[in-house]
Ligand binder design. Structure first.
Ligand code: NOJ
Ligand code: CA
Length: 535
């Protein structure tokens, strides 16, 4: 497609490398495992993979505590392995995105080791060091997302350092130009090797208030929620100086041609869109997480789509996410049948979709016995039942002992039902959710209305969500039934078309005239012939 960057029409697939494919029987996935499964990704039809952190790390937060930005952790393989992965992926037509973690390092990173060694070390100012209050207490009330104060006292130099996550993840000082340049150098290292871009971890956290003011109390705090939500993160996140950082990061990638920056940003939509940057000189795709926690009702979803569409800056390209390694799995949240509706929504909305590995086979949220919990967030906050392990369990490839993931006991337990829900089984079942994903991806690729067309909602009541995707003469109608009862979508007589795809995978080619009958939890895509019906 002329003048359209590759990521505009791409489907992105998130790989949590610990859980994708193990090749050396240590129970943890690795790079050779990803290489071995590239043909699967081609078969599924995705265009790009985003691999969660694979850099040397003590693994306190499973790779999000980076001890060296320009290497590969031996658990995952070697730099030559990575080069093979990149070359093989490119040969297969797949782009590769790495996970950049610029907000914090591991406490074992040499930068932090130096920084903490003395108050006058050259790297002291690379992190956020503060004196305690008069009584020796924490410098202010800032809270860690992983529980407790965000300040850790370091007796050696008798100051506190700030950590938005674990105390093993000290935050870098993004006001220091040397820090910025060190991270930009790391980005260039990978871009020169040929990676196609980055997903940027907690992008909205990079800059903190220079006066270290206390965060205000959150009047809407819900008891039982994550404890850090007791305060509003006014002075710890989304600071005005981010605009300049965004533009700088963008300049770095733009020097390498068409590379992609995706930002991990959990903010209300009106703030989220600021991360497209001034004059769109920010990240190409600020991750849109609005579906992750939304109540699963047609009306609510319809409204959030419209709010998102309305908030986009001119020229800003949309994107949609249904799941990731931090959030409960979609099939766990809405059920396996409704997960098909979710798939259809994800792959027919306007914008770049990101699929979380395993969602394409309907993997569900796996209950983790207390003695197998690995997530540091849940270990810190055992009471709150928001652990992330349940969405990080190994990929279910087949019905062999360890689901084809490994020859050894995996680092997290497998789902009880993996013998029923696995790639091998769904490959041979023409009505499986895996086949639905494949067909949806193939359909997207074949229709410019789905890739680039406008989004036009149609008013509907109850459990129905209806919208058109239109591009030139091409006009598709998407009708999704969020309910368990049958539903009928009525249109003026002139709606005539052909059913292209049903979520049940059994009505292809049906003629449509005026009325569309949907079964329980069914979604359909219809190619509309003739003129556009009235709203
Ligand atoms: C967001 C990542 O997705 C999550 O897994 C991690 O724990 C935090 N950032 C801290 O890096
Ligand atoms: Ca391994």
């Amino acid at each position: 497609m002329p003048d359209v960057p590759w990521w505009n029409s791409a489907v992105i697939y998130e790989i949590y490398p610990r859980s994708f494919q193990d090749t050396n029987a240590d129970g943890v996935g690795d790079l050779r495992g990803i290489i071995a499964r590239l043909p699967y990704l081609v078969e599924l039809g995705v265009d790009a993979i985003w691999i969660c952190p694979i850099f040397p790390s003590p693994m306190a937060d499973f790779g999000y505590d980076v001890a060296n930005y320009i290497g590969i952790d031996p658990l995952f393989g070697t730099l030559p392995d990575f080069d093979v992965l990149l070359a093989e992926a490119h040969r297969s037509g797949l782009k590769v995105l790495l996970d950049l973690v610029p907000n914090h390092t591991s406490d074992r990173h040499p930068w932090f080791v130096q920084s903490r060694s003395s108050r006058d070390n050259a790297k002291r100012d690379w992190y956020l060091w503060r004196d305690g209050g008069a009584d020796g207490a924490e410098p202010n009330n800032w809270l860690s997302q992983f529980g407790g104060s965000a300040w850790e006292f370091d007796p050696h130099t008798a100051q506190y350092y700030y950590h938005a996550f674990l105390k093993q993840q000290p935050d870098l000082n993004w006001r220091n130009p040397q820090v910025r340049h060190a991270i930009y150098d790391a980005m260039r290292f990978w871009l020169q090797r040929g990676v196609d871009g980055f997903r940027v971890d907690v992008l909205w956290h990079l800059i903190k208030d220079d006066q270290f003011r206390d965060n205000p109390v959150n009047p809407g705090f819900a008891v039982g929620g994550p404890p850090h939500e007791a305060l509003l993160p006014l002075y710890t996140t989304d600071r005005p100086e981010m605009a300049e950082v965004l533009a700088q990061m963008r300049d770095v990638v733009d020097q390498f041609g068409e590379r992609l920056l995706i930002g991990e940003i959990y903010l209300p939509v009106e703030r989220l869109v600021a991360y497209y940057g001034r004059d769109l000189r920010g990240v190409h795709l600020p991750f849109n997480f609005s579906l992750l926690g939304a109540p699963w009702h047609a009306g609510t979803i319809g409204k959030l789509i419209q709010e998102y569409e309305a908030a986009l800056p001119k020229g800003g390209w949309p994107n949609w996410v249904l799941g990731n390694h931090d959030r409960p799995r979609i099939a766990g949240r809405v059920g396996r049948k409704q997960a098909r509706i979710a798939a259809m929504l994800l792959l027919t909305l306007r914008g770049t979709p990101t699929i979380y590995f395993g969602d394409e086979i309907g993997m569900t949220q796996v209950p983790i016995p207390p003695d197998r919990v690995r997530d540091p967030f849940q270990k810190n906050l055992p009471g709150i039942k928001m652990g992330r392990d349940g969405s990080r369990t190994p990929m279910q490839w087949d019905d062999s002992r360890y689901a084809g993931f490994s020859e050894a006991e995996p680092w997290l337990p497998l789902a009880d039902d993996f013998r029923q829900y696995n790639v091998a089984k769904q490959r041979s079942d023409p009505t499986s959710i895996y086949q639905l994903y494949r067909q949806l991806i193939a359909l997207r690729r074949s229709r410019s209305a789905l890739l680039r067309g406008s989004y036009r909602p149609i008013h509907a009541d109850g459990d129905l969500l209806l919208f058109f995707r239109e591009q030139g003469p091409e006009r598709l109608l998407v009708a999704l039934n969020f309910g368990t009862g049958a539903a009928v979508a009525k249109f003026p007589d002139e709606l005539v078309g052909t059913l292209l795809l049903s979520s049940h995978l059994d009505r292809q080619g049906e003629d449509v005239r005026g009325t569309i009958k949907l079964r329980s939890e069914e979604g359909v895509v219809i190619e509309v012939a003739g003129k556009t019906p009235m709203r």
